[in-house]
Design a protein around this ligand. Structure first.
Ligand SMILES: *Cc1c(COP(=O)(O)O)cnc(C)c1O
Length: 426
């Protein structure tokens, strides 16, 4: 299940790396007056060369016949396809080595469309906890209205614990999907994707294949590739690292063509695709994805090391600090390529100390979201995770004294200078 790469992705038969292809792959300037950069195809509809061509495009779009060798869906209407989206989707498949990709107007649009496409009334969706707030709400308050039952397990749980949760629901035979967010937000607790894939296979039958979907927003597409570990679908909020400039809301779903055909069909009916302008912004972002994520990852290590040694910091939650004796270490080694750019920490004290710290920051901005070029800080207990009941929040390890940082591309010493002066106030 690898990306069906076009010929320009090779030199003398050797596959080029994704970062080498982000300015050229899938785009032929001769089709656009020689324009070096991809134009914004700001159009709702496309002109057919002939009635026969229009008929042929529709046959394929509506699945009335199988595509001929290498035949791709022709351009019809921008809810179905658009050149900015198609080129973006081709480029996105390269990072995760996926067969197929679909882009959406938000991460939540990608997630909700994929789940609506693949789940039916009576199905069970087994999911890690905590989940992104919007996803959590969608599973517990929207899917339940359609007879789909969520069953949660804590991030970091063993295979036996996950199986026990599923068995306790009394509906293990109705399992249809395992939905995972790893590392979990904001604790950075890892979920073992390969273990989830094994559970899924154990509960699959010929007629009923259990799908593993992974929200890879926090580490992907540079530092974790869920498809390599047995996942079937990868989801992204492209608002975060993929967009990377905190100026666009978008989402992505990737996977094998069989599943993506269903996801794409549901996208057509819900109309959750992104527009050409969003597609163009993301194409521009992809050119610097590796540069940005590498710089953010390196900066995060400086910040995490600094925080770990600070007397006002009780504990740092950072993947690069997992000890060899920590059971999570083996999962990290197997599953992750680098620790990424998200660092959470507990200040000594409670909400008052955390707030004094946040209010004193000068270079870090006080805002939710993450993955942009600028560093951000937020307070999970009162902001992103405030709708989780306090008892449950404490069980997840999200205290009143926790601060979450998204590290940007600034000079690391300037970030540390800001943290130093704000911690002095805390
Ligand atoms: C932000 C986020 C989402 C939702 O994405 P939007 O683009 O805001 O719709 C989903 N999952 C994770 C992990 C996120 O951080």
């Amino acid at each position: 299940m690898t990306s069906p790469r076009k010929p320009e992705a090779f030199i003398h038969g050797k596959a080029l790396r994704p970062e080498s292809l982000m300015s050229s792959y899938g785009y032929d300037p001769r089709l656009s007056e020689g324009s070096l950069k991809i134009p914004i195809f700001q159009t709702s509809t496309f002109v057919f060369k002939s009635a026969e061509e229009g008929k042929s495009f529709f046959e394929l779009a509506y699945g009335l016949r199988e595509p001929r060798d290498n035949e791709r869906l022709g351009l019809i209407y921008s809810r179905l396809n658009n050149p900015d989206l198609e080129i973006l989707e081709d480029r996105l498949t390269l990072w995760d080595d996926a067969e197929s990709a679909a882009v959406f107007e938000s991460g939540m649009a990608a997630i909700s469309t994929a789940l609506f496409a693949l789940l039916s009334p009576g199905d069970v969706i087994l999911h890690s906890e905590p989940l992104y707030g919007g996803t959590d709400y969608f599973l517990k308050h929207v899917l339940t209205r359609f007879g789909i039952q969520p069953v949660g397990f804590p991030a970091g749980a063993s295979t036996a614990e996950i199986e026990a949760r599923l068995a306790a629901s009394g509906q293990a035979d109705r399992l249809r999907m395992i939905y995972v967010e790893t590392p979990a937000n904001p604790t950075n607790t890892l979920v073992d994707i390969a273990a989830c894939a094994q559970i899924a296979r154990a509960h699959s039958s010929e007629a009923r294949r259990v799908v593993v979907a992974v929200d890879n927003t926090f580490l992907g597409p540079l530092w974790q590739h869920p498809l390599k570990h047995g996942a079937d679908l990868v989801l992204y909020s492209a608002t975060k690292y993929i967009g990377g400039h905190s100026d666009v809301i978008a989402g992505v779903c990737l996977g094998p063509s069989t599943l993506m055909t269903e996801v794409r069909a549901m996208r057509t009916f819900l109309g959750t695709m992104c527009g050409p302008w969003t597609g163009w912004l993301l194409l521009r972002s992809l050119e610097t994805l590796k540069l940005r994520m590498t710089s953010q990852m390196k900066n995060a290590r400086y910040v995490a090391d600094f925080l770990a040694d600070h007397p006002k910091v009780h504990r740092v939650h950072y993947l690069g600090h997992l000890g060899e004796d920590d059971p999570q270490h083996a999962v990290y080694k197997r599953q992750c390529i680098a620790p990424g750019g998200m660092v959470s920490f507990d200040v000594r004290g409670g909400e008052a100390e955390a707030f004094r710290f946040l209010n004193a920051l000068q270079l870090f901005r006080l805002a939710v979201s993450l993955g942009g070029t600028e560093s951000l800080a937020e307070h999970p207990a009162s902001m992103t995770h405030s709708d989780i009941p306090p008892g449950e929040r404490a069980r997840m390890g999200i205290g009143e004294n926790m601060v979450r940082l998204s590290i940007g591309v600034e000079h690391p010493e300037d970030l540390i200078a800001d943290l130093t002066q704000a911690l002095a106030v805390a």
